[in-house]
Design a protein around this ligand. Structure first.
Ligand code: FAD
Length: 458
């Protein structure tokens, strides 16, 4: 990093991870260039306009106690955010429960015998840690909530999210609200419920956080270039030497020298491997095939507000539904509401366990989501055209094989010395924004410390 005008860090991707890295490194006095393929920053956490309102790409809440994330959130938004109890429900056998269900709901809707059976399996699950460590996500979930509830009401959700090889999904993953604390805390959760937790949400949509974060770090001297898709990463086996970047507006490619910079990638790992030039020699763990992703498709509609369930989120756990989750955006932030009276903006998400939907045309997805709306008694408004948004590679599928493949890959990449991975798809960790933001911040602090040390040594 001896050259005078080279950036210290070139960050690939301006999603939450790339922006948080750039913020921290810029604050530490480093020169940072961020290259983003899309027109705007924010990645999967951006917001879009729909039917005269604002929507996120699926519900996007931050429920964080992580101090670095909270500090960034407060300083960027300056109070323009809402903090509220999120009302999350799940539909199971045609009835709405809290997510996860509470004891009183189970007693009322499924009866005493069922509750006794569920309680027995829950106790068994809780006692099993001493006997055997879970080896898959389904076992972790059963340990938290008992095999009976997991098999009856959660399996369809887990199958939708991860596909039909649940036994391969890593035991470190469990549904977000599942309490793994001590016995007293889970009894209290079962009685009081854990579904309605407090979350943070920017008043004008999650994307507002990242648009403003991008503006803020640019004002500190960081350069963010949008519409710049990284197409090739050339290396000599020891260092990343140069990036080939295509400007989508001018349809022109240019080269960026990175011999004197460190490259921080948040691009999906298989995409990064695909543009390394020359390709890395193939690996015994066959990295690419072990790194599977799930895709998300979100279908947005305008609906009659009076017919829409008063829940921020509703998980559609009945197999009769095509989609996995319903969101009512009218409940998220006043500035997100549509201007038309009596209208609500809603969405249905498909997580694509099946190729049938992955490759489906928009019309087919809209028809399936409409059928789900009808089952929920929602009246769709026809004045506003529905919108379909495809989010490829949204969920890295964590398995024992993918963990092994990532370890091998990190080892191979470490020989370059000037490339580092972070982010959800970039380091192949299924995690929410707060975790992603925190890790990117930690990486920036670590690398700027190393940089400082190597400059002092020279
Ligand atoms: C439906 C859905 C709901 C979610 N709900 C929540 C929630 O409630 N709470 C929560 O905290 N998180 C939620 N998340 C997760 C959250 O969106 C991610 O954790 C977060 O966006 C990951 O940030 P990232 O920077 O790692 O990746 P991304 O957001 O994917 O950003 C990566 C960036 O890299 C850019 N890029 C890719 N390839 C190239 C290239 N070749 N050249 C240049 N740029 C490139 C992309 O355009 C993108 O901007 C949800 C995600 C989805 C899909």
């Amino acid at each position: 990093m001896g050259s005078n005008d080279a950036p210290d860090f070139i960050v690939l991707g301006a999603g939450p991870a790339g922006l948080m890295f750039a913020r921290t490194a810029t604050e530490q006095g480093r020169r940072v260039l961020v290259l983003e393929g899309a027109e705007v920053a924010g990645g999967m956490s951006k917001s879009i306009s729909f039917a005269s309102g604002t929507v996120d790409l699926g519900p996007h809440a931050i429920g964080t106690g992580l101090p670095r994330v909270r500090e960034m959130f407060d300083s960027v938004l300056g109070g323009e955010f809402d903090r509220f109890q999120i009302r999350t429900g799940m539909l199971w056998d045609g009835q709405v429960y809290s997510y996860p269900p509470t004891l009183s709901e189970l007693l009322k809707q499924r009866g005493v015998r069922y509750c006794l059976r569920a309680a027995a399996s829950l106790c068994l699950g809780r006692m099993s840690p001493g006997l055997r460590k879970p080896v898959s996500c389904i076992e972790t979930s059963a340990k938290c909530y008992g095999r009976v509830l997991v098999d009856d009401c959660l399996r369809p959700y887990l199958l939708r999210l991860w596909g039909d090889e649940l036994d391969r999904v890593h035991p470190s993953w469990k549904p977000g609200r599942f309490n793994t604390g001590g016995v007293l805390s889970w009894i209290s959760h079962l009685i009081r419920g854990t579904g309605d937790v407090r979350i943070l949400h920017p008043t004008r949509g999650m994307g507002d956080l990242y648009t403003r974060l991008a503006e803020h770090i640019q004002s500190m001297g960081c350069v963010i270039e949008t519409c710049q898709r990284v197409e090739r990463i050339a290396h000599d086996g020891e260092r990343i030497e140069c990036l080939v970047v295509r400007d989508a507006r001018a349809d022109q490619a240019r080269e960026i020298d990175c011999r004197h910079s460190a490259v921080v990638s948040t691009l999906p790992v298989p995409a990064l491997l695909g543009i390394l030039d020359p390709e890395l020699p193939s690996d015994p763990h066959s990295t690419e095939s072990s790194l599977e992703f799930r895709n998300t498709i979100v279908c947005y509609f305008a609906a009659d507000e009076a017919s829409v369930p008063a829940r921020h989120i509703l998980y559609l756990n009945d197999q009769s539904f095509y989609s996995g989750r319903f969101t009512n955006y009218n409940m998220w932030g006043k500035s997100m509401r549509p201007t038309a009276d009596g209208r609500a903006i809603i969405s249905f998400e498909f997580w694509l366990a099946t190729d049938e939907f992955s490759n489906a045309r928009d019309e087919r997805l809209i028809a399936a989501a409409r059928a789900d709306a009808q089952r929920l008694g929602i009246r769709i408004q026809t004045q506003a055209e529905p919108r379909v948004v495809r989010i490829p590679r949204s969920h890295p599928v964590l398995t024992n094989e993918s963990e092994k493949a990532m370890r091998a890959l990190n080892q191979r990449l470490s020989c370059f010395g000037n490339i580092h991975l972070t982010g959800r798809a970039g380091s192949f960790t299924y995690a929410d924004q707060d975790v992603i933001l925190n890790r990117a911040c930690e990486l920036a602090l670590e690398l700027t410390r190393d940089h400082q040390r190597s400059s002092t040594d020279q």
